[in-house]
Design a binder for this molecule. Structure first.
Ligand SMILES: Nc1ncnc2c1ncn2[C@@H]1O[C@H](COP(=O)(O)OP(=O)(O)O)[C@@H](O)[C@H]1O
Ligand SMILES: [Mg+2]
Length: 297
């Protein structure tokens, strides 16, 4: 088994109007991880995601799935789409059935699963995305955030090995954003590779195992979130800021408030926990203890 479930190998892509959206882009997607692609508007994130699902075909270079180059025949694309599910940035491009239930059932029915399996998976996906109560609603009456959750349910119900989500939380309120990210965690723990694009750097820092920064059709940085999201030069080129949790952690370290931690805090809860543990009083006591040690021994 190759270590990369998906790979872009030196791809170029140009839209019909001549816009060169991807430029000699290479990207290797690690198997079974939670991956985030960040970058400013127009960086090429959506164009890339559509390559990984076979919607876009590179002008030059190759897309590989599990080490094998994609061919663009009907059978190859069908196989790809069974393995790689995509949730589009705009749910209006995804949903087309009369009712929510029909929409979420469409994919699993198309996979030829027995009816009881389809029913069970659809019910589970609706439950998990908080859309069960909406199941009989016409899709066009839903709010943007509800549509997004239904689109996610439709892809989850097919249980793909890889799920690509193009800005999954961009139209969701904080409650549902948190729920969706937790759901993606659960899906990943079940063995799936989950890849999102996002502008929400704090969410990415808290969630991702591996991050790519895209700019102008290329990947300009990649690696573990604490390394990549500390790279101010790369972040500036991508119009992004450091995650606030990281900024605060580094500030606390620089001020001598806390000792370096074995694991860098990534969430609000973790940094608040550190603040509680090394509040002002304890730090002063900590320094005094240190001084006493230095003087006496
Ligand atoms: N259908 C299209 N026709 C022409 N240009 C496009 C089209 N879609 C995107 N682009 C252009 O391709 C570049 C990359 O866009 P996109 O992949 O949507 O970036 P992102 O998702 O990072 O915001 C941008 O310059 C954008 O204007
Ligand atoms: Mg986009």
């Amino acid at each position: 088994m190759t270590v990369h479930i998906l790979e872009a190998d030196n791809i170029d892509f140009r839209y019909i109007d001549g816009t060169k959206a991807l430029k000699n882009l290479s990207m290797q997607i690690p198997w079974g991880k939670k991956i985030a692609v960040v970058g400013k508007n127009g960086a090429g994130k959506t164009t890339l995601f559509l390559h990984f699902n076979g919607v876009n075909r590179p002008e030059k270079g190759r897309i590989l799935l599990k080490g094998r180059a994609l061919e663009y025949g009907t059978r190859s694309l069908k196989e790809l789409r069974k393995t790689v599910g995509i949730v589009f940035q705009d749910p209006d491009n995804q949903l087309f059935s009369a009712s929510v239930y029909q929409d979420v059932s469409f994919g699993p029915l198309n996979l030829g699963w027995p009816e009881d399996r389809v029913r069970a998976k659809v019910a589970e996906a609706l439950e998990k995305t908080g859309t069960w109560a909406l199941r009989d609603k016409p899709v066009h009456f839903l709010s943007q955030g509800q549509k997004k959750r239904v689109a996610i349910a439709g892809v989850l119900a097919m249980e793909p090995e890889v799920i690509l989500l193009d800005e999954p939380t961009s139209s969701l309120d904080p409650f549902y954003s948190g729920q969706i990210m937790a759901l993606l965690d659960e899906f990943n723990q079940g063995g799936a590779t989950v890849m999102i694009s996002s502008h929400n750097i704090d969410e990415v820092f808290a969630w991702a195992d591996y991050v790519f920064v895209m700019n102008d059709g290329q990947a300009i940085a990649q690696g573990h979130p604490q390394d990549v999201l500390s790279d101010e030069a790369a972040l500036m080129r991508a119009n992004l800021f450091k995650p606030w949790v990281l900024e605060m952690y580094q500030g606390m370290l620089a001020a001598g408030m806390i000792p370096p931690q074995p694991v860098v805090p990534r969430t609000r809860e973790q940094i608040i926990g550190l603040l509680g543990q090394f509040g002002k009083e304890q730090t002063i006591i900590g320094i005094r203890v240190q001084e006493v040690n230095n003087y006496e021994f």
